[in-house]
Ligand binder design. Sequence first.
Ligand SMILES: Cc1ncc(COP(=O)(O)O)c(C=O)c1O
Length: 457
Amino acid sequence: MNDLPAATNWQDVDAAHYLHPFTDYKALREDKSLRLMAKGSGCYVWDDQGRRYLDAFAGLACVAIGYGREELSRAAADQMTELSYASSFFKGTNIPAIKLAQKLVEITPEGLSHVFFATSGSEANDTALRIARRYWQLEGRPDRQHVICCDNAYHGSTVAAGALSGIPQMHAQAASIPGISHIKTPYKFGYGRGMEEEEFGRLAASWLEDEILRLGADTVAAFFIEPIQGAGGGKIPPMNYLKEVRKICDRYDVLLVADEVITGFGRTGHWFASDTFGSVSPDLMCLAKGITSGYMPLSAVMVHEKIAKSLVDKGGEFHHGFTYSGHPVACAVALENIRILGSGVIDTVRTELAPYFYQKLQAIKEHDRVGEVRSCGLIGAFELVENRHDLSPIENADEACEHFRTLGFKHGIIVRPIGSTVVMAPPLVITVEQIDFLFEQIETCLDQFSTYLKAIT
Ligand SMILES: Cc1ncc(COP(=O)(O)O)c(C=O)c1O
């Protein structure tokens, strides 16, 4: 355990100085419920009181190979000693960035031949938007600037990524730019109950076609899609959806941008969800989180050869970039992380862990308060309902289901409630025994949640 100075009241110091992301500051100050994490190892984190939690959300779905891996700290330390920083501006470059670009091209879907580095998932999505719009300008079709996204999507929190996201509360706080519209998400529990998977996949894809036709295909630059909606509630589309939208994008010459910030690097049991959902090749692909297992901030946009060719052949400066684009330490860490993921971790997710996780999820489907369960690889979710027989929703779901998070902490597990959905995305190195523990605690939490609901209604 870290030796935190005993006399310090960290809650007060935090309240005095630290503005947290996505937080109601007044509420936080009033309920004083900060959770101060002090140590991590494997799939566990410990708080400052020494309590241990199984982190079934891998930080923010990023700690793929688990906490405290010495291979990564060594890779970072070695690179810091060798060359701690190098700019990629003004013709600059560095070996780890070059090696990582080559590696990413090797493991991502066919056709993606170039990489643009940034530091966060939000910046990757901003970059993809900039590249998509620049591409059409270079192609002599500057009217193609409109972008289509999905409701409830989360692409990040910069102004542009917030605008791409389908979250009205963010748009209302200035995360809004013109030329972006949102269609319904391929969310069967919400929009296609009772339908066959394939039939719903085709229907959901047709919403994209309707929107392209409504706008006029000649005005549309790109469609941004999270292959599985993460922050929107672990929404897993039918297997045919991504293939269907690829066909529609091809039909109307619209770029397909896969935001694989959560689904990349083994989360779905293959390197990328684009592989899992039928070997789809996107035109642009946003990567972050699992690229370094969260050890260093790093993101990347994979760029299809046809777009890269236009950027390169047609020339003219691309006025875009970041001080930390291609940061050598972050790239060195990513290379080591990818080596570890490729040395059996992803294969084990696909062949052993994902089927076991799915089986365990199916078992909680019978609980009175569970309306649906779903998983793909090691991302899974269950819907909390008032009554599983008629699937009636819980009143004041946000508040009520927040209680599920608290129950989780009480029972030593970290899960992520989003509205009335509880999402899990554990480290990819979780063991079968840890999955057993996780679901034992979830069953206890479900019983206690049920009692809590009865008490408040
Ligand atoms: C799919 C997706 N895209 C983009 C982002 C934004 O990434 P970041 O928080 O690194 O900016 C997230 C973050 O959760 C995400 O889930």
